[in-house]
Design a protein around this ligand. Structure first.
Ligand code: ZN
Ligand code: ZN
Length: 644
């Protein structure tokens, strides 16, 4: 008999060779039906794989990433099985599960795949899934594996096997298809009920440009037909909300190949929007005792050698800038922290000066691979809403509470739901981390207590902390239910050490301050991207570039329209005029598409009495008002929203 311990601490005894699926059934048939994957002592474990030792078991369902992962991994094999039937000479590379779905890299051997083949592949996959073939794991020696895949002409697989250690090689087989694979998999293919081949891409074998280019076939599958339908609707909606598309339509930002890839250009409307975000945050931060600082975009290379950033970013990012001075080198700053440490060092500090909070909207530069660049979410230059807090170890919790207030406030203003995660150190691997046991325990306790005090449910993950300190991350869920990592609060014991930061304590001795890095938005670029996708570009009135557009019903009233816009702008309402020679119906439609909250229609009647006829986006006709009354109403609405 073996002892199996459940996540709730219960231990039960089972026969040797019991499978996780048997164990799940011993709990309840209903539970077992939903289990897709398991882990034994934190090792991934097929639910059909026998267990012959004591261990801690965990079960994963579709709702868990591990459950989806096993489901999609088996789906990748199903795709390969279908391709093998359809294209007998196909060569297989690798076929993993990814965050949404799976792919397989293949070489069809002459006949290139196109979108037109998707239906045929889906049909074959469906046919094979309906056979409900068992997915069977087998251990295989290296020699046997080389022979097996060699005989099949799978040279890419043989190359992979050559890099593996004998005694640790496994295959998974369903029907006529066998793959070199570590698993885990779901027990059989019948659970795959809805199948969609999504797209094709080129991919170099093993990511090496000198090797053959393979075809990467992306797919997604679901255990229910309805889930696929819902997913496709969501995908369509996400496409409509793509911030790159909305940003262009709203004239917020652009990219130019002449400036360089991944270097965003903020257009006037975008720059103004970004300034409003900055002003909002600066206002809140001032209340929480932050002091604004400004530092250069470059720094001496030695500064980053001291901070350790050169080791991290030097080789794989923008290279140092040389000067006419022999041996002098500068770096575009990849981080603002070293500059702020130097500001801390400009004066002797006493415990009475702490905490010190330096904030900067600091632009940093990091070289991302061109294939990784994506709109404003992955760029090579971005502006962090950065701040560094220097405090005593005893002040850590209080500082955390303050930062959490700022972050939760911001997320509330924009209507984001959010989740939090605390990253703790691995207690079995303490030598990996800088800082004493005592400070780590204190910091981790401070974070956990701060979350408890704020009633914030935060997932605790051990072993995820950076080597220099624990952190708290915030993930927002947007209107489509997608998760985005935004704000972070990171404790740091490393930089104060490297920069020899000190303060004089009440005991008259020198001490090291603790440093906290924090960025509620993450970066302004990323935040604007997430906000545009979350709101589909329908930004709140206080933030939106143009609050209203004046539409003259004919050319005759263009002068009055411009007069109205001028008056409104004088009263701090952001107004533009659409004086194109178009029919009024067309103008209304066009400007509604531009997501402008208020359309002000003016003609003979309005011009005669200093009025405007108001249409509100999504709500239609709102009647007429005097220009000054409308301005006062807008300003009141904005004031209520920006009572930060
Ligand atoms: Zn596999
Ligand atoms: Zn920092």
């Amino acid at each position: 008999m073996i002892n199996i311990k459940f996540p709730d601490g219960n231990v039960r005894q089972y026969e040797d060779g019991v499978t996780p699926l048997d164990i799940a059934k011993s709990i309840s048939e209903g539970f077992a039906r939903n289990v897709l994957a398991a882990s034994l002592n934190d090792e991934e474990w097929d639910i059909s794989r026998p267990i012959c030792m004591d261990g801690d078991i965990k079960f994963f369902k579709w709702e868990d990433a591990e459950g989806k992962h096993a489901f999609w991994h088996t789906s990748a094999h199903l795709l390969a099985e279908a391709l093998q039937e359809l294209y007998p000479n196909v060569q297989f590379g690798i076929g993993p599960a990814v965050e949404t779905g799976f792919y397989y890299d293949i070489d069809t051997g002459g006949t290139p795949l196109t979108d037109a083949d998707f239906a045929k592949i889906e049909k074959k996959m469906t046919e094979l899934a309906q056979k409900n073939e068992a997915v069977v794991r087998a251990d295989i020696s290296k020699a046997d594996a080389l022979k097996f895949f060699g005989d099949k002409g799978q040279t890419l697989k043989c190359e992979l096997i050559n890099d593996l250690e004998d005694g640790h090689i496994t295959t998974y087989t369903q029907g006529n298809f066998t793959d070199l694979c570590r698993g885990p998999h779901i027990p059989s293919t019948g659970a795959i009920k809805a199948i969609k081949v999504m797209s094709l891409a080129g991919a170099y074998w093993r990511g090496d440009e000198t090797r053959p280019q393979l075809t990467r076939v992306y797919g997604i599958t679901f255990p229910k037909k309805k889930m696929l339908e819902e997913y496709l609707v969501l995908l369509e909606e996400a496409k409509k909300r793509d911030h790159r598309k909305i940003g262009k339509e709203m004239e917020l930002f652009a990219f130019s190949p002449n400036v360089g890839q991944g270097l965003p250009l903020w257009l006037p409307k975008g720059a103004a929007l970004r300034n409003r975000l900055q002003d909002m945050l600066a206002k809140i931060q001032k209340r929480y005792g932050y002091q604004q600082v400004i530092t250069p975009h470059i720094g001496n290379k030695l500064l980053y050698v001291t901070s350790g950033h050169y080791a991290k970013y030097g080789k794989d990012s923008f290279r140092p800038i040389t000067t006419p001075e022999e041996g002098e080198e500068y770096m575009l700053k990849p981080m603002n922290c070293p500059h702020h440490c130097e500001i801390y060092k400009t004066a002797p500090r006493s415990y009475r000066d702490l905490p010190i909070r330096y904030a900067e909207f600091g632009t940093v530069y990091r070289y991302e691979q061109s294939g990784e660049l994506h709109g404003l979410t992955r760029v090579r230059s971005f502006t962090q809403d950065d701040a560094h807090l220097f405090c005593t170890p005893d002040q850590l919790k209080q500082e955390f509470l303050g930062v959490m207030d700022i972050i939760s406030f911001i997320f509330k203003v924009f209507g984001f739901n959010y989740e939090a995660q605390i990253s703790l150190r691995d207690p079995n691997n303490k030598e990996k981390y800088v800082g004493s046991d005592e400070v780590w325990e204190k910091a981790e306790r401070a974070i956990v207590e701060a979350c408890e005090e704020k009633g914030l449910v935060a997932k605790q993950v051990t072993g995820e902390a950076a080597f220099y300190g624990p952190k708290l991350d915030f993930m927002v869920k947007d209107a489509l239910g997608r998760r985005w990592q935004l704000g972070t609060i990171q404790v740091d014991y490393n930089l104060p050490e490297r920069f020899q930061l000190e303060y004089t304590g009440a005991d008259n001795q020198k001490h090291r301050p603790v440093m906290i890095h924090r960025a509620p938005f993450g970066s302004l670029e990323r935040f604007v991207a997430v906000l545009l996708e979350h709101t589909a570009g329908k930004l709140p009135l206080w933030l939106v570039p143009d609050q209203c557009v004046v539409l003259p019903i004919s050319e005759k009233f263009n002068d009055y329209a411009h007069y109205v816009a001028d008056e409104l702008n004088k009263l701090d309402v952001r107004a533009i005029v659409d004086d194109r020679n178009e029919k009024i119906g067309r103008k209304i439609r066009d400007n509604e598409l531009k997501r402008i909250p208020y359309l002000l229609i003016v003609g003979e009647k309005e011009a005669g009495c200093e009025e405007v006829s108001i249409r509100k986006q999504g709500e239609g006709d709102q009647g007429s008002k005097k220009i000054t009354t409308f301005a006062a109403d807008i300003n009141r609405e904005v004031a209520e929203m920006t009572n930060f």
